[in-house]
Design a protein around this ligand. Structure first.
Ligand SMILES: Cc1ncc(COP(=O)(O)O)c(C=O)c1O
Length: 425
């Protein structure tokens, strides 16, 4: 039998001579556009590139307004603030997500309520949302994780029934579609990230999308020192329907603007995104079909209502029972050695996550003893998240899906090689 690469055998992929597609992708268009910005001297502050990108991204997401800001963490925080979520409120979100989804709730002095996810999509479980609702619940933050989509029909129905806001965390879902509706256009606000690993990137950056004009105005003001979207006038808080009280004329906020250089890169990246998404979708579907012939690995469920796929990571489920008890950690290491690209677990569940530790900031978050106890993440039980993280998650950066069908065959063959040699590990 062939020796596994992790044991000194020949790797399945020769990445030196035949590397994976590179990420990020850029071309002459970015160079021209960046030089244009440089030479214009207009490097920031609601410049023409930023305005153009906002317009294009609103069109792309099928929303009326898109507003860009510094990253996909700030987008969540500003969405919460603009909706008036804060002291005394609870926000329900999945336990399996990047720490920002929960941390931003604490940053507006509200309480994150962590609930479990569906085992076949790794996205928020609607049944768990229902169970977690209390008179204090103000919003739900579903996350469309990796290649999957939260069940937005169920989320929106629950939100309607209980009169809750919905902020879609679309950090992984630029261009994804649910029932023909673009990610970020279904809830009250969509939140996007343009951090370097994301499938639309400017190194850093983020956008908020909405169809609500008042909300758009408030979110815009919150990233621009309280100013109105157009010109230098300041927003009158009375327009905020009492959200900010009526004791002043100007909305308190700060500078969370992006630069024209970022907007220039985003405009060009957005032009490439539909084709890149389609290629990733086609390769992802093909790779998932190859998994049918390999015991112990299975795709995440693709819901019929997910009409367009968008991948941040290609994620799949592993079952060590079929691999002679080989732990998922060892499986990931063996696959990494075979195909020469980093293989990760899912995010750590937020009830036990090294990067989500609100109790390390008492000066900021210890508002009172009751609140301090409420924001202790360890009080939540998340058995499904736990199982996914500890036993079954395998996640690979979306750039592996940007190659050819032969690359997909190679990944499947590498997994088969590990399957056939599992006893050697
Ligand atoms: C689900 C999710 N939400 C929010 C964020 C935050 O985005 P950013 O890194 O742009 O702040 C991320 C980043 O990885 C994410 O994965």
């Amino acid at each position: 039998m062939t020796k596994l690469a992790i044991n000194g055998g020949t790797p399945s992929k020769d990445v030196k001579n035949n590397p994976w597609p590179a990420w990020p992708v850029w071309g002459k268009e970015e160079e021209v556009s960046l030089l244009e910005v440089l030479n214009s001297g207009v490097w920031s502050y609601n410049g023409p590139k930023e305005r153009e990108f906002n317009k294009l991204f609103a069109e792309f997401t099928g929303t009326k307004y898109a507003i860009c800001t510094v990253n996909g963490t700030v987008t969540l925080q500003l969405a919460l603030e603009a909706l008036g979520v804060g002291v005394g409120d609870e926000v329900i979100l999945p336990g399996l997500t990047w720490q920002a989804t929960a941390a931003t709730v604490i940053d507006v002095n509200a309480t994150p309520i962590l609930v479990d996810v569906c085992e076949d999509t790794w996205c928020i479980d609607p049944k768990e949302i229902e169970k977690a609702i209390t008179p204090r619940t103000k919003a739900i933050m579903p996350v469309h994780l990796y290649g999957a989509f939260a069940d937005m029909d169920a989320v929106m129905e629950i939100a309607k029934k209980h009169d809750l806001y919905v902020i879609e965390d679309c950090a992984h879902k630029h261009g994804g579609e649910w029932n023909g509706k673009k990610a970020g256009s279904i809830g009250d606000v969509g939140s996007f990230s343009y951090q370097l690993s994301k499938h639309l990137t400017a190194g850093e950056g983020g956008s908020m999308t909405t169809n609500n004009a008042d909300l758009a105005e408030r979110m815009d003001a919150l990233r621009n020192c309280g100013r109105r979207p157009e010109g230098d006038e300041y927003i009158n808080v009375d327009k905020g329907a009492g959200v900010y009280g009526d004791d002043g004329n100007f909305l308190q906020s700060g500078n969370l603007r992006i630069t024209e250089f970022q907007a220039a890169i985003l405009i060009e990246g957005l032009k490439r995104l539909p084709e890149q998404n389609a290629n990733r979708d086609s390769n992802g579907a093909y790779l998932n079909s190859l998994f049918l012939d390999i015991p112990g690995v299975s795709p995440l469920k693709r819901d019929k209502r997910e009409t367009k796929k968008a991948y941040f990571n290609f994620a799949f489920r592993y079952n060590k029972g079929e691999f002679k008890g080989l732990s998922v950690e060892k499986f990931r290491a063996a696959l990494e050695a075979e195909i020469g690209i980093g293989i990760d677990s899912s995010y750590e569940p937020l009830n036990n996550c090294s990067l989500y530790v609100p109790h390390t900031k008492p000066a900021r978050h210890r508002l009172n003893e009751k609140y301090w106890a409420e924001i202790d993440p360890t009080r939540f039980s998340l058995p499904v998240c736990d199982k996914i993280y500890k036993e079954e998650s395998v996640c690979i950066h979306h750039k592996v899906l940007m190659g050819t069908k032969a690359d997909m065959d190679l990944i499947a063959d590498a997994i088969k090689k590990i399957y056939n040699n599992a006893g050697d590990l």
